[in-house]
Structure formats: structure tokens, C-alpha cells
Design a binder for this molecule. Structure first.
Ligand code: SF4
Length: 187
């Protein structure tokens, strides 16, 4: 199975508890005004990657100290079957699982494979980004979004302790900003 991804990161500290392997999925039709990742919207953008290839990258990331997988986007639930396969790969490695979704948990339950995704998640951050309710703390971009603890693997304090932004320098020297509040660094 292939998934269309915008980017991956082997070791991020600003996308959930601890160090995490992050997959930014490509494609989102939800159109939240003020979205910080408009380049992830085009469902034909990014690149297609085999889940098996990402699973191998994830295994190497775990060896290097990443404790979990975070799915972001773009909208992971718009490639729900691929998300399920990625979450299964993470679980097989004993890694924790977290996803950001613009859908609410009730909307996810009604989507194809939605319940399969939920059954494989430890943490879900759900709901559209609403710029007038901008919050940018504890992984929530806006106040309407909720942190759903779907297992007892993490406590709320673990999730809320996530730094709101990080800056990384790629091997080619490129500066990469990420996290729920990258503007904190951009300023
Ligand atoms: S759901 Fe996420 S990626 Fe999609 S428009 Fe909203 S904030 Fe942007």
C-alpha cells in the first residue's frame, strides 16, 4: 500500500510526547481559514511512498530513540486506509500513536476506516483549526480542538508538555520550523 506524504521527520519533539517519528500526510479538503500548512492541501502534491518504506524509516527512528508515531497533515483521515497501515506498523514496533485531525471524533467515527484509525490511536487531537480561537499550546492550534486520550498510555500533562515549536537543521543545511506554534520562532 502507498500513502501520499508531504514530509516526514525521524525525530521531532514538537509533535507529541517525547521524540516522535512524524508523517505529514498530503491532501486536505477541509479548508480551515488561516491554515498554517496550505502546501499540504493538494491531494496530488507531495510524493507517494510505500507504507513498508515508511515502516523501515520508523524502525530506524525507534532505534535512534523516537518513542512514537505522529500523523499530521494535511488530513490523515482522508487517507484513512493508509493511516491504519502506518499505525499498525508503529504498534508492531511497540511505538505509541498520535494523530492530528481536522475532523471531530464523531465525524471520524462516520468515515470509512474511521473507527479502525481510532482503535489504533493513543491520542487524537481533533477538530478544525479556527483562527479566531487561536490557542497554539499543548498541541491544540485553537480552543475548539480537543485532546482525546484514547488509551492510558499518556496522561494529559504528558501531551500538554509538548513544546509548541522547534527548529531543525536538515543535513543539507535547510532550516525547518514545526510544531503547533511555529510563528513563535518566526517572529
Ligand atoms: S484540517 Fe488541518 S490541514 Fe486541513 S485546512 Fe484545517 S488546519 Fe489545514
Amino acid at each position: 500500500m502507498k500513502v501520499r506524504v508531504h514530509a516526514t521527520e525521524a525525530r521531532s519533539r514538537a509533535n507529541g510526547p517525547g521524540a516522535r517519528f512524524v508523517v505529514w500526510m498530503q491532501g486536505c479538503t477541509l479548508g480551515c481559514p488561516g491554515c498554517f500548512n496550505p502546501s499540504t492541501h493538494d491531494a496530488s502534491g507531495g510524493r507517494e511512498v510505500l507504507v513498508e518504506e515508511l515502516a523501515r524509516e520508523m524502525a530506524r527512528a525507534k532505534e535512534a530513540g523516537s518513542e512514537g508515531l505522529s500523523l499530521s497533515g494535511g488530513e490523515p483521515l482522508q487517507q484513512a486506509a493508509g493511516a491504519v497501515a502506518l499505525l499498525d506498523a508503529a504498534r508492531a514496533l511497540g511505538m505509541s500513536t498520535l494523530a492530528f485531525s481536522g475532523y471531530t471524533i464523531d465525524e471520524i467515527r462516520a468515515l470509512p476506516h474511521g473507527n479502525d484509525v481510532l482503535a489504533r490511536l493513543d491520542v487524537l487531537i481533533d477538530g478544525r483549526y479556527v483562527s479566531t480561537e487561536r490557542l497554539a499550546t499543548g498541541l491544540r492550534g485553537s480552543a475548539n480542538q480537543r485532546i482525546q486520550l484514547l488509551t492510558d498510555r499518556y496522561k494529559l500533562a504528558d501531551v500538554e508538555a509538548t513544546p509548541v515549536a522547534e527548529i531543525r537543521i536538515s543535513t543539507s543545511g535547510e532550516l525547518i520550523l514545526t510544531g503547533v506554534n511555529p510563528l513563535k520562532i518566526r517572529r
